[in-house]
Design a protein around this ligand. Structure first.
Ligand code: ADP
Length: 487
């Protein structure tokens, strides 16, 4: 299914110190297409020795990269951005093949992912320090920012391009080098990005990709190797906690983008059509497999029946199909395990009294497809309400008052994204101030952009990606006190 030009970007081994490792055919892992479980290709399975070599290479290459002017680093990053955009279609085909999402969404992710490289190329030139008014006449005080050092990154399969560029772009802009372990489900997008970085002139050792089936072993190396100064992780909360504890021994800085459990709150006074549009985008994008996907839909009782009716009709019209079908809205889930998890959550809710107005089971298409689903009569005790669904399932519950909505919404350890629909300005502010979330969409279901700080509070994470704040995680602040000033 990969056409000739996208096949030109296919790589089958880890990229370390500017080179593609030799492929040992006895030691390779299959990359599967989740739409039909066919093998797309095989990729060499790296071990921890290779991760160690990559970290060493990153450590040796970094000083020369950091010593370049920010403008020079920026021009290389801009070239990388341009090459990605020139190969947008090829990269989208690779992504759809290994991740399953519709091509139209894959193209959008390539542009979104590339936008972080463009943004941080610009930000590289704005890493300012401070002159601090001194407390003495004979001293001068200042603070300067320097690259933190070798960065490691562990990324998930749900955004195979953007989760890498959100980390690699600020790291490289700041003057750091990086070793990335992409998810085993989607290594091809990561490797294609590395090939384009290489073509753009990123020097050997500055960006390294290690593909491995040994997530635990590589994770230990990336979080415990003393040469590494920072680990940036996007994935499940459980794995994030393991990595944080592994980083503790060498006191590494960490950035964590972990699981969410987003409430989508619609008040009686909301513009209903706009709320449905926002919900469809927030809930069903990437077949519901994003950490900012609305997970719990809270609808005020005055509009509940009408809302369910419109939502059910809209969801019924979604087309499930292979990502290469240009009319498909919903692709397959990533694999059989994901399908099983979603099916179990829905079955359990149905057994506890929930009702499916649409869907409620795996799709007749088979493989890893699940029917887009709307569940009513949901309550807060059901797992479908408490856990991240990661599938095209919309559980809806009604609420009475604003205070009830806030209490239900905040009653979780997650704090990533929340959404509120209301036409009342005072209520907008009250909700914005009281919801315990790192990001809030108000009358908007799609909030991610390279321009704004993405990240969560509570157990959803530490640090922010994108925006002017995103580069800070890759910098150390150094204080200088200059004495002996003669005035
Ligand atoms: P998901 O459930 O979305 O796959 P995970 O947290 O399991 O989320 O995976 C996100 C990334 O973390 C992937 O690259 C995966 O290989 C990696 N990973 C999984 N388990 C571990 C672990 N114990 N240590 C380090 N990395 C891990």
């Amino acid at each position: 299914m990969l056409n000739l030009s996208s096949a030109n970007l296919l790589r089958q081994s880890s990229f370390v110190n500017g080179e593609w490792l030799n492929i040992d055919t006895n030691n390779a892992v299959a990359v599967l297409n989740p739409a039909n479980d066919n093998v797309i290709t095989y990729v060499h399975d790296a071990n921890t020795e290779i991760a160690k070599t990559a970290i060493k290479a990153a450590s040796q290459a970094m000083p020369a990269w950091a010593a370049l002017t920010a403008k020079t680093r920026a021009s290389i990053l801009k070239k990388w951005f341009q090459l990605i955009m020139q190969h947008q279609e090829d990269l989208a085909l690779i992504m759809t093949a290994e991740q399953g999402r519709p091509l139209v969404e894959a193209r959008a992710e390539i542009a979104y992912g590339a936008s972080f490289i463009e943004w941080f190329a610009e930000e590289a030139k704005r890493v300012y320090g401070d002159i601090i008014p001194s407390n003495r006449t004979d001293t001068r005080l200042m603070a300067m920012k320097q690259p933190i050092g070798v960065v490691t990154a562990i990324t998930p399969w749900n955004f195979p391009c953007a989760m890498i560029t959100r980390k690699a772009a600020p790291a490289l802009a700041a003057g750091c080098s990086i070793v990335i372990k992409p998810a085993l489900e989607t290594p091809l997008s990561a490797l294609a990005l590395a090939e384009l970085a290489h073509q753009a002139g990123v020097p050997a050792g500055i960006i390294n990709i290690v593909v491995s089936s040994d997530a635990v072993g590589i994770g230990k190396e990336l979080s415990q190797n003393p040469l590494v100064k920072k680990l940036s992780f996007t994935g499940s909360t459980n794995v994030g906690k393991i990595l944080m504890s592994q980083c503790a021994n060498t006191v590494k800085k960490t950035s964590m983008e972990l699981g969410g459990n987003a409430p989508f709150i619609i008040f009686d006074d909301a513009d209903l059509q706009s709320a449905i549009k926002g919900l469809m985008a927030s809930k069903f994008r990437n077949s519901g497999q994003t950490c900012v996907c609305s997970n719990r839909i809270l609808v005020q009782e005055g509009i509940y029946d009408e809302f369910i009716q419109i939502l059910s009709k809209t969801v019924k019209a979604l087309r499930v199909g292979e990502g290469t079908d240009e009319h498909a809205n919903i692709g397959p889930l990533i694999d059989g395990k994901a399908l099983h998890n979603v099916a179990a959550l829905v079955e359990e809710a149905l057994a506890m009294g929930a009702k499916a107005t649409v869907g409620g089971q795996p799709s007749v298409l088979g493989y890893n497809f699940y029917e887009p689903t709307v569940l009513t009569h949901v309550d807060t005790t059901m797992r479908v309400f408490k856990e991240e669904i990661f599938g095209p399932v919309a559980p809806v519950m009604s609420f009475k008052t604003e205070a009830d909505a806030i209490e239900i919404a905040n009653n979780t350890t997650a704090g990533l994204a929340a959404y509120v629909y209301t036409e009342n300005m005072s209520r907008t502010w009250r909700m914005a101030e009281k919801l315990e979330y790192g990001m809030i969409g108000i009358n908007e279901g799609i909030i991610s952009t390279e321009l704004a700080p993405f990240g969560g509070i509570k157990e959803s994470g530490i640090g922010r990606e994108g925006s002017k704040y995103g580069i800070e995680d890759f910098l150390e602040l150094k204080y200088l006190c200059i004495g002996g000033m003669k005035t």
